[in-house]
Every structure is written in C-alpha cells, then in structure tokens.
Design a protein around this ligand. Structure first.
Ligand code: DAK
Length: 264
C-alpha cells in the first residue's frame, strides 16, 4: 500500500496503525487534498489485506486534532464545488465508520466543525483535558457538511445536538464526557496515546471477526428500528456459528485455555 502522502501520515506498528492529519500550520484543517488522500487510503484499508487489528486517528502537533474544514479553501467555492467537497468528506466519514477494525479518535486539542465530525465517525473518542469540541459552522454562515447534523444527534440526542449546532458554542472536556461524546480524558497526549494502544491491545485478544461483526451490526442498527436491528443481529449471530473463531473460542473456554483466534 502506498503511504506516500503529503497531508496525512499513515504508520503501521505491528497489529495497529496510526493515521495522523498532518497540516499542523493550519491546525490540520481538512482541505480537498486531505480528503482525496484520505479517500485513497481508507478505500484500501477497507479491504484490510494487512490484517490491521485497530487504528488511532489523531492530528499533528499539540494544539489541534482538526480545526474544521479548510475555511480558506471554502471561501471561493461555488455551490457545485461545495456539494462535491461535502460528498467527498461524507464518503470519508462513511469509509472510516465502516473500517473492519476498531478506530479510536485521539483528540489532542481543537475538534471543531469537520474535526468533530471526523472524530464522531470513529468508534469512540479519547481526548486530552484541553480538548475543545464544537460545530461552529453557523458562525460562518454554513451548516455542517460531513455528517454533523446526523451523527451528533444520534450520539448525544436530537435536542442537545440542536442546541450545540444553533449556538455554535465550544464544548469543553467535562461537558463532552457528560454527554457521552468523549469516553475518557487524559492529562497528556502521551497518556492518551498509551491508553488507546492498551485498549486496542485488549480488543485484539478477542476474535477479530467477532469485533468486526459487532461493529458492523451496531453501525447498521443505528439506522434501523430496534426490531429491524434485532433481525440483523440474529442473521450475523447465526452466520458466526460457521466460523473458525466461534468454534475455537467456545472450545477454548471448555478446555480452560486461551483461545487462538484467526479472524475467520
Ligand atoms: N481552516 C483553515 N485554516 C485554519 C482553520 C480552518 N478551519 N482553523 C485554523 N486555521 C489556521 C489559521 O488561519 C491560522 O493560519 P495562519 O494565520 O497562521 O496562516 C492557523 O491555522 C492558526 O490558527 P489561529 O491563529 O486562528 O490559532 P488560534 O489559537 O488563535 O485559534 C482556533 C485557534 C481553532 C480557535 C481558530 O483557529 C478557529 O476558530 N479556527 C476555525 C474553527 C472553525 O470555525 N472550524 C469550523 C470550520 S467550518 C460543507 C463542508 C464542510 C463543512 C461545512 C459545509 N459543505 C461543502 C456544505 C464543514 C465546515 C467546517 O468545518
């Protein structure tokens, strides 16, 4: 896989990978180039030929995760260009959401607008105590374009999301945790990255197939009624019974040994 990018950095260490948005001078703002490079990378990662077991998404530097879509680039966009830009960003949030392994957003500062939206497309969010979230688009005469109107409401509830979107206000870490946007906070970036790696390691001891299917069923169910979601759950629950990992996991329990999963 080519990892020769200018605006993102992709590093694989053993079973895990770190994807960094790498435009520190612009606080990692998402311009078209970032989105095109992300699309190239995420489209390959979706197939997971390298058997990655987990990934961290973060931003370069100490100040920002992602300070939003690139406002400078958006200033001169026509409606058609803006539509294409939003579509590309939305495709990337969908690709991120559907990767067949867990992805933790490690938010190291500002996660505003498109930054908050990228973080929400990960499986869950860890953040530093200085992290700041928000959807300030209305302050710029915009609306969120990479899924903020949809995912924030599903995560924190429709009315809370409306209050956040209409005011465009900043959300500090305690509130972000209280509303369930952030799962855990840390006093330093180093502690956060170590904790994320520990979490991914813990997850990787489980069946990669079962983790991937749990993720797929939960994401699918998000757009369905409970009874429709239960049908999807039953379908995959049935299918997993013909997997190696299910036979191995249950056999290992009976034999009182650690399971050796293969992810198939
Ligand atoms: N875009 C481009 N450059 C940015 C940026 C951004 N979002 N945020 C920061 N920068 C740049 C600054 O311009 C500055 O560049 P230089 O002046 O040094 O060249 C550099 O990063 C450092 O920023 P500051 O000097 O402003 O740093 P401060 O510490 O003073 O302030 C800040 C940090 C994060 C509070 C501030 O930079 C800020 O307010 N940034 C903008 C945050 C924001 O409003 N984000 C939301 C962007 S809107 C859509 C598609 C997408 C979207 C909407 C619609 N469609 C196509 C329909 C998404 C929209 C958004 O995300």
């Amino acid at each position: 896989m080519s990892t020769n990018f200018e605006t993102i950095k992709f590093e694989k260490n053993g079973d895990f990978a770190v994807l960094t948005i790498n435009r520190e001078k612009s606080l990692n703002a998402l311009n078209s180039q970032v989105h095109m490079e992300l699309k190239d990378l995420l489209s390959v990662l979706k197939e997971n030929v390298d058997g990655i077991k987990g990934m961290i998404l973060t931003g370069a530097g100490e100040k920002a995760f992602i300070a939003g879509a690139d406002i400078v680039e958006m200033t001169d966009m026509t409606s058609d260009e803006a539509y294409d830009f939003a579509t590309l960003g939305q495709e990337n949030t969908l690709l991120m959401e559907e990767l067949p392994f867990p992805v933790i957003a490690c938010v190291n500062g500002f996660a505003l607008g498109g930054g908050c939206e990228m973080a929400m497309s990960c499986d869950f969010i860890y953040a530093t105590e200085t992290a700041v979230f928000g959807q300030p688009e209305v302050k710029l005469g915009l609306i969120p374009g990479f899924g903020g109107t949809q995912r924030l409401a599903k995560l924190v509830g429709r009315n809370k999301a409306k209050e956040i979107l209409y005011t465009g206000r900043n959300i500090k870490i305690d509130e972000a945790k209280d509303m369930g946007l952030v799962v855990k906070s840390f006093s330093s970036i180093e502690d956060m990255m170590n904790a994320a790696n520990e979490t991914l390691t813990k997850i990787s001891h489980n069946s990669p197939l079962a983790v991937a299917l749990s993720k797929h069923v939960m994401n699918t169910g998000n757009d369905l009624t409970v009874s429709e979601g239960l049908e999807v759950e039953a379908k995959y629950f049935g299918e997993i019974f013909s997997s190696y990992d299910m036979k191995e996991g249950t056999k290992a329990f009976v034999e009182k040994r650690r399971a050796e999963f293969k992810g198939k």
